[in-house]
Design a protein around this ligand. Structure first.
Ligand SMILES: *[C@@H]1O[C@H](CO)[C@@H](O)[C@H](O)[C@H]1NC(C)=O
Ligand SMILES: *[C@@H]1O[C@H](CO)[C@@H](O)[C@H](O)[C@H]1NC(C)=O
Ligand SMILES: *[C@@H]1O[C@H](CO)[C@@H](O)[C@H](O)[C@H]1NC(C)=O
Length: 591
């Protein structure tokens, strides 16, 4: 799985990653061959003397200028020189005295290092970096009731591979391995965990009640032939707002607004067929209008010009809708045209100018807020309660998945240890947060079942060399042994064993202990001396290793740092520190 689109790479000064093609004027020193090297050593001696001399002879300010200002190196006098790359091809470089300067655009491609120009404190610099990902050092011991890893930084729903947030379920729909869209349990769990974490880290939401049929009553404009009435509904023990409009739905019952503050809407709603609840947004600059229609239908999303439709399902019972209107608008815009999603429409450029009721139905508790994290977290938790397979305890993944040539294709309906584990992390928190709602605990405990079933028989359990148990993110044949997915599954087991009431924790605990034993034993297999591997396909298939991209490498490190706060006596911390070194170019010693 991947979930790095929204990673903030910690590029603090807000400059773009260096685009090599735009500037080949930057040359980085490189020694080329042994003869040159010898001469180079000699010249270093001379240079040191010269530099020492200049330091003594120049002020600190001049020295800074010499150190940072490339112009001070004066490449004007440099000669062009061809550089023969491994006897394979030639690139154009510069030579000044015995020093050779190689274009950074070349080094970037050759070594996969990164660089960018940055100006701050009035100086332009070139910043070189070996990797691009962020390490999160845990501030305290990991708490299964608290923030999940660093997921408060995640914003799952804006990812490109999220088709929309389903208004039927309140959870994201993935297009990662199937462009039609499907519910991907891992993504749903990450959505839930990110909202749970944001609830703990973000400022308190501000809320404006638009209409609750009790104290706050909005001034709806009711056309002739339409009816709006407030009445008591005993099923919800509350006064509610009932509406009917004429056959000609165009007009509708309207509420004019001029609202620029909060864009997360929440309401209780029942819609008859052919009925809709519409929010009209306006782009403040151009006055362009967008219509977000919530309709009685099972479609996820469909779009016609500036009309964006989300189905809320067809059930005739009350349901609570929580909608981030900005996300709904962005998903609608990118539905027809991927490029349109890039034209960012931030909250500050929009306002809500109208809400419209058409057809017939009832609403209540209509509010706008700055956020509704805990509701969105519970939307995810409820999804896991509703969609668990009763027999197997698994959350099925309906996308076909071929991980790589040589592995069997996973057929729709497969289970993933990562999905199971992350779902268990959501449900454990829901059990805790709800003050002990047993449905969440029951679903979490049932979610352990696939951990006991071999991956060859529809479960997620694999054995490495007949000895070590592993929980497979992708239960392939042969086994794949994906590291990050395995650790996520261990965190789920840890969450459950920590949160379960007395007498319910044993199974999770023994699965966790078994997994940690394997992790301690097998961790060295993922260490390649300057990078890590994502999985063990080089061992199980005998093919080339699958090196982890830097963001996955950083995930490995972040996971180990977190585990080291709960496993005192473990190799996790020292391993993590060594792996952090790889991110700034450190390598294991060679013989
Ligand atoms: C977090 O959830 C609690 C309810 O458990 C709520 O009172 C609080 O306002 C929420 N805070 C944020 C930032 O979402
Ligand atoms: C609206 O909110 C009130 C107060 O929380 C609640 O009692 C009522 O049941 C809600 N209405 C609906 C239709 O759920
Ligand atoms: C829904 O609308 C369509 C077309 O406007 C109409 O043919 C159909 O009878 C309506 N269905 C209901 C249940 O009102």
């Amino acid at each position: 799985m991947t979930f790095f689109q929204d990673n903030k790479f910690g590029r603090s000064r807000g400059h773009n990653i260096y685009e090599p093609r735009d500037a080949s004027i930057f040359f980085i020193m490189m020694r080329l061959n042994v003869k040159v090297a010898l001469l180079f050593l000699l010249s270093i001696g001379v240079l040191t003397i010269v530099v020492l001399y200049s330091i003594c002879g120049t002020s600190e300010k001049d020295w800074q200028r010499l150190k940072y200002n490339p112009k001070a190196l004066d490449l004007q006098g440099a000669d062009e020189i061809d550089c023969d790359i491994n006897g394979e091809y030639v690139i154009s470089c510069r030579k000044e005295g015995e020093e050779v300067y190689i274009p950074f655009s070349f080094l970037h491609r050759y070594f996969e290092v990164y660089g960018k120009l940055a100006t701050y404190d009035g100086l332009e610099r070139f910043e070189w970096s070996h990797s691009y990902s962020k390490i999160y050092h845990p501030k305290s011991k990991y708490d299964p009731k608290g923030v999940f890893m660093y997921f408060e930084n995640y914003n799952v729903e804006v990812r490109e591979r999220v088709k929309c947030v389903s208004a039927i379920e309140g959870v994201p729909v993935s297009t990662q391995w199937d462009s039609q869209g499907y519910y991907y349990p891992t993504q749903i769990a990450q959505f839930g965990l990110s909202h749970y974490s944001k609830n703990l880290t973000e400022p308190e939401p501000r809320r404006k009640v638009i209409d609750d049929s009790e104290k706050d009553l909005a001034k709806w404009i009711v056309p002739v032939n339409a009816k709006l009435e407030r009445s008591y509904d005993s099923s919800v023990e509350s006064r509610i707002l009932k509406f009917v409009t004429s056959e000609n739905y165009l007009e509708g019952i309207r509420l004019r607004m001029d609202h620029v503050m909060y864009f997360v809407m929440r309401l209780d709603i029942i819609l008859s067929s052919n009925s809709s609840f519409t929010v009209t947004l306006q782009k403040r600059e151009t006055k362009e209008l967008y219509y977000l229609h919530y309709i009685c239908s099972d479609i996820w999303i469909t779009v016609q010009d500036n009309n964006i439709y989300h189905g809320i399902g067809t059930s005739q019972e009350w349901k609570t809708l929580t909608r981030d209107l900005i996300i709904d608008l962005q998903k609608g815009l990118s539905y027809l045209d991927k490029d349109r999603s890039k034209q960012k429409l931030p909250r500050s450029k929009l306002k809500i100018i109208c809400m419209t009721l058409r057809g017939s139905g009832s609403i209540d508790n209509l509010t706008l807020s700055s956020s509704e994290h805990i509701q969105q977290f519970y939307d995810a938790a409820e999804w896991f309660v509703r969609h668990q397979d009763r027999e197997t305890g698994g959350w099925q993944i309906y996308a076909r998945r071929r991980v790589a040539p040589g592995f069997n294709e996973l057929q729709p309906g497969w289970y993933s240890a990562m999905s199971q584990g992350q779902a268990i992390s959501v449900l454990s928190r829901a059990y805790y947060h709800s003050g002990g709602d047993i449905r969440y605990l029951t679903a979490a405990l049932k979610g352990l079942k696939p951990f006991n079933v071999p991956s060859s028989e529809g479960g997620v359990r694999a054995i490495f060399l007949d000895k070590y148990t592993w929980y497979e993110e992708y239960p392939t044949k042969p086994s794949l042994f994906v590291l990050n997915g395995f650790i996520y599954s261990l965190l789920g087991l840890y969450d459950l064993m920590s949160i379960s009431p007395h007498g319910h924790a044993q199974e999770a605990e023994s699965l966790y202990t078994e997994g940690i034993t394997s992790l301690k034993a097998m961790l060295p297999l993922f260490d390649m001396g300057s990078v890590t591997v994502y999985d063990l396909r080089h061992f199980t298939l005998g093919i080339s290793p699958n090196l982890a991209r830097w963001d996955y490498h950083a995930t490995h490190v972040n996971q180990l740092l977190l585990l080291s706060t709960i496993e005192d006596d473990s190799p996790f911390k020292t391993t993590a520190e060594r792996w952090i070194g790889y991110m700034s170019g450190k390598r294991a010693d060679h013989n």
